[in-house]
Design a protein around this ligand. Structure first.
Ligand SMILES: [Zn+2]
Length: 135
């Protein structure tokens, strides 16, 4: 009788420690998952912060800076070259800038598409317009 009791006690002790180990492993997994989420969130926040903080759109025409816009803002402006009357419609939204419409014959500026990275440019040679993204 005493022997059985002792064995029962030993088994319950063993199963108890196994349960503890499982619990610890589950907690570890939860901790890792939490860390992964945290790191992901930090990276996302950092990306938003940097995009929102310094990035600007610089518009220059005939070799001099005409206007500047924040890249994280919104703009829809027509820029007219006083020398030839050429026009480009500049659009900024969603952290990107592009030319939606242009009077130039080649439409190369429209075909640049949407730019958002530091150093990217859109050039319209006929209208002597340069749009640059700068941090
Ligand atoms: Zn053009």
């Amino acid at each position: 009788m005493k022997g059985y009791e002792r064995r029962d006690a030993a088994e319950s002790k063993a199963s108890g420690s196994r349960k503890d180990r499982d619990l610890k492993r589950r907690n570890d997994l939860r901790l890792i998952a939490g860390l992964v989420l945290l790191v992901t969130a930090l990276f996302a926040a950092r990306g938003l912060y940097f995009r929102g903080s310094g990035a600007r759109v610089i518009v220059s025409q005939n070799g001099s800076t005409l206007r500047e816009y924040p890249l994280n803002g919104f703009a829809d402006d027509v820029i007219t070259n006083p020398e030839n009357g050429g026009q480009n419609r500049l659009h900024i939204s969603g952290g990107r800038v592009w030319v939606t419409d242009a009077s130039c014959p080649d439409k190369v500026c429209e075909h640049y598409g949407k730019i958002s990275q530091d150093g990217e440019v859109i050039v319209c040679l006929p209208n002597r317009l340069i749009i640059t993204v700068a941090e």
